[in-house]
Design a protein around this ligand. Sequence first.
Ligand SMILES: [Zn+2]
Length: 457
Amino acid sequence: MLKRLIQSVLVLCLFEGIMIPVLALPFQQLDFSLHKLGQDEAQPTLLIVGGIQGDEPGGFNAASLLVTDYHIQHGNVWVVPNLNFKSIIQRSRGIYGDMNRKFLRLTSHDPDYAAIEKIKTIILDPRVTMVLNLHDGSGFYNPVYKDSNHNPHRWGQSIIIDQANLGGEGEYTGLEKMAQYFAAQANQRLDNEEHFFHVRNTYTSNGDQEMEKTLTYFAARHLKPAFGVEASKSFLTHERVFFHLQVIEAAMRFLGIKYQREFNLTRHDLKDRINNNVQVSIFGNKIFFDMHNARRRIGYVPLKKNTPLRANSNNPLVAVIDEPHNYRVQYGNRNVTRLSPEYFEYDDSIKGIDMMIDGKSRFVPFGSQIKVQDHFRVKRMSDYRVNVIGYRSKKGRDEDGELIGYQDIHKRYSIDTTARRFRVEVYTAHRYCGMVIVDFHDKPVASKIRKNSDSNT
Ligand SMILES: [Zn+2]
């Protein structure tokens, strides 16, 4: 629970958790990432694949949470949370067609060709013991027909195998037995029988020409145990994630993989983790934005002149997309914000600023967000200019030394739609030094200004 503790103290520094480099790329160059958790190469390795279809957020958010919120203490988990990253960004099943039908035959001209070749190599890595491919499926699979939403033709709440047994000499060949075990383990932790997982065998080798083309069958053909996991699209995203994680944890326990996670596995906690956990920093700690409730556009972001943008995020579903005139920040299916740059030379002569926060003096490093109850003051500095964005000084352009309260700042300059978080920027001789975010976290929501258009799908 380390992250929780850190968030509750006064200064919120970026990246006490994991830090993932994010290249700012044109959309066409976006590619999936592989995250290797655990360091025990002699032990089993579970490969989790999320986002093979871009419109199935239960699967890719579950995979992402493994990267951000699980600590693997024994064994290994490899996670590809965003296999079809471009389609995730576009909220499309597959912008170049269904990626999960490209594992049997594919011409090298196919736009997904490189990604398919790469994930095949990862699947066939001798260290990979088992593969789970995460999906969100329609309705509720049930081996017997109950009604139009619960029947053998639906996919939701199922664990899918291509055949009962894999054949070969491996340790884990009994696909059906293992799937039954995962389902039983997951179901033990569910309170509603309607939500129980069932095992669905597609008998792919008996001539199922659709299933022959899938990732799991590619694995099976190479004697690698693989399962499709389908959470029902009848549920909201965080609920789907809840179900996915039940099956993933069952598979980890089965393989003897030991883990700790940063949250309680409840739907309520998951909702919070998924919605409120996106941070982006740019050029180290020069710029830091907690993207919770971010405005659709953040203007005049002081970027470094003539330098490719280097960012980090705490979340592997974050993409920073290089577009004409701005950088689009995307979190999975969600449009987070657009950053409009203003270009500066950078100055590294100071690492932060001395501030009085509600009467208490402290050093605040650049790249942090600090909670303020009522007012703050930046200690006077010669040679440096302080610019509190949205505050108009009575004495001129330099705003250090002034006592500034919540009421003194124009709310439309906040970085968030609840108008509580503001930028304090420092410059010297027209060079940009760094930024601190002041967070009037206690203030009532001033107004919901152009709330993000996220819907929970
Ligand atoms: Zn799917």
